[in-house]
Design a protein around this ligand. Structure first.
Ligand SMILES: Nc1ncnc2c1ncn2[C@@H]1O[C@H](COP(=O)(O)OP(=O)(O)OP(=O)(O)O)[C@@H](O)[C@H]1O
Ligand SMILES: O=c1[nH]c(=O)c2[nH+]cn([C@@H]3O[C@H](COP(=O)(O)O)[C@@H](O)[C@H]3O)c2[nH]1
Ligand SMILES: NC(=O)CC[C@H](N)C(=O)O
Ligand SMILES: [Mg+2]
Length: 507
């Protein structure tokens, strides 16, 4: 039977990342609620279990817990952060609030070499995000590693095959994180890699065929990576029974709609719908980010419904939703960070059956599948652009005037990064318009204009990100051009926040 790893979810923002790291090691992995009974895990034929992190403290009343019988299934268990704390708590160790909370990079030193830690540097850089610590390990456990503020940064009980780390090996800011996860899978659990992209493509095509049946379907095509890949899968599944719809909500970037038309019009039956009046009317006076997102989600569906009325009946709407859209919208156990227009923003009274062939995949997995399907690099490596478009890059009310300002500035930011040859190294780069004003001086005249934020991040999957150390001359060129060419803006600032604690978009 194929290798199968279960991730028990205690509400971490990163828990799906754990599953994706396992899949990156070519082993199938699924996420289940933290309190899934041990019997269910056994019946699914799991070969190993990983316990995720989570926002709670194990010693608080009502904190999420798990079936302790999981530790007796005879399969290896790896606890991560909250998962480690829970393991300690349930097996007789002690967890307390730390004197010093630890967020961000830390240096871990190995004290006892075991197969789980084989090949890791000592000290090695690890990404921490915790306020509690395991003060004493449970009976039978050995301390394996520590950091300056966390004496028990890794622990294990070789007899019962139970292992745990306080840091987050799943985030890419832990450079040797994948190594630890692969050690757990290959060395500790003895699993073999047997899960590959070709199978994902076959499953997705079969799923779309089954959902659409003999009928027709619409695909929501944005020109982005996810919907292009979803579109290619759908075209493979149902051929010319597929119609693509691009909603021009008036919140697209400079020249974007024309570019999409020229790339896709001869590939697929494409309808471009100008719905900008409808979106601006619905957004008038709205400043709350979640309210904006929900309105945009609703208006998208209304625009698809209106298009369907014009084109003839189609029950199925295919979307390029990916796993992070679901996670951040509060799918699973994680808290809602922001409602993505295509998930948390969907209206309840929608007429379509939504089919999302990429719902369980991360961006880099989607890119691999795009390449496997033969899509051009230019499309596969395009920078992501959020469905709500420039609306979530204008703090405060969205008006046509502000969209024009941020659109012009955004084009300059991307042009200068492109000109410097930094496109591939940057995950996403853009401009954000603030709703405050600052004083400046231009041509001996006082100005009172908007500050513009420039943001450029690097990331693998959008779940975590770091700001890009853009060369000063590129930042300088951006600032000069923006202030010179966009009259409403008189000041430029660069966002140097990583995710977490920031998010990529400002709203
Ligand atoms: N303007 C639009 N018109 C039609 N569908 C859209 C539009 N914007 C977004 N969508 C739908 O919402 C989904 C999610 O948007 P999202 O931006 O995450 O993905 P994408 O645009 O396909 O890829 P990327 O992340 O590269 O931008 C898209 O896959 C697409 O199905
Ligand atoms: O289709 C989308 N609909 C949305 O509502 C949405 N919000 C954020 N994003 C994109 O997701 C990635 C992570 O963004 P955040 O760090 O801001 O959550 C980044 O790549 C964002 O651009 C969205 N994409
Ligand atoms: N990231 C986590 O899992 C955090 C666990 C726990 N809430 C702590 O603060 O220590
Ligand atoms: Mg997009």
């Amino acid at each position: 039977m194929a290798s199968h790893v279960i991730v028990l979810d205690f509400g971490a923002q990163y828990n799906q990342l754990i599953a994706r790291r396992v899949r990156e090691a070519e082993i199938f992995s699924e996420v289940l609620p933290g309190d899934t009974p041990a019997a269910t895990i056994r019946d699914k034929g799991a070969d190993a279990v990983i316990l995720s992190g989570g926002p709670a403290s194990v010693f608080e009343p009502g904190a999420p817990t798990m079936d302790p019988a999981v530790f007796e299934l005879g399969i290896p268990v790896l606890g991560i952060c909250y998962g480690m704390q829970l393991m300690a708590h349930l097996l007789g160790g002690r967890v307390i609030p730390a004197a010093r909370q630890e967020y961000g990079r830390s240096r871990m030193t190995i004290q006892r070499m075991v197969p789980l830690l084989e090949g890791l540097s000592s000290p090695s850089t690890v990404w921490m995000s915790h306020g509690d610590i395991v003060e004493s390990a449970p009976p039978g456990f050995q301390v394996l590693a520590s950091t300056p503020t966390t004496p028990i940064a890794a622990m294990g009980d070789p007899a019962r095959n139970l292992w745990a780390v306080q840091y987050h090996p799943e985030v890419h800011h832990t450079p040797e994180g994948q190594r630890l996860i692969e050690n757990f899978l290959y060395r500790v659990a003895g699993l073999r890699p047997d899960w590959r992209p070709a199978e994902v493509i076959d499953q997705a095509v079969a799923q779309i065929r089954a959902e659409v049946g003999e009928g027709r379907a619409l695909i929501a095509l944005s020109g982005g990576v996810d919907s292009a890949v979803a579109g290619a899968l759908a075209a493979r599944a149902i051929g010319d029974r597929l119609t693509a719809v691009l909603i021009d909500h008036g919140l697209m970037r400079a020249d974007e709609v024309d570019e999409i038309r020229s790339v896709f019009a001869d590939q697929i039956d494409l309808h471009i719908v100008d719905a900008s009046e409808q979106f601006f009317a619905a957004l008038a006076g709205v400043t709350d980010p979640e309210a904006k997102r929900k309105i945009i989600g609703r208006e998208f569906i209304r625009a698809f419904e209106a298009t369907e009325q014009a084109l003839g009946p189609r029950e199925v709407l295919i979307q390029g939703t990916v796993y992070p859209d679901v996670i951040e919208s509060g799918g699973g156990q994680a808290r809602t960070i922001k409602s993505h227009h295509n998930v948390g923003g969907l209206p309840e009274d929608m007429r379509f059956r939504v089919v999302e062939p990429l719902r369980w995949l991360f961006k880099d997995e989607v890119r691999r599948i795009g390449t496997a399907l033969g899509l051009p690099d230019r499309l596969v490596w395009r920078h992501p652009f959020p469905g709500p478009g420039l609306a979530v890059r204008i703090i405060g009310e969205v008006t046509r005037e502000k969209v024009a300002i941020v659109r012009a500035a955004d084009a300059i930011v991307r042009q200068e990064i492109d000109r410097a040859g930094l496109n591939r190294q940057v995950w996403q780069a853009f401009a954000v318009l603030l709703d405050i004003r600052a004083v400046g001086v231009m041509g001996d005249q006082r100005t009172y204009g908007y500050p513009l934020v420039v943001r450029a991040v690097e990331s693998l999957d959008g779940m975590t990100a770091d700001w890009v150390r853009l060369p000063p001359e590129v930042l300088d060129a951006i600032a000069n051009r923006v202030v010179g060419e966009v009259p409403a803006v008189n000041r430029v600032v660069y966002d140097i926040t990583s995710k977490p604690p920031g998010t990529i978009e400002w709203e």
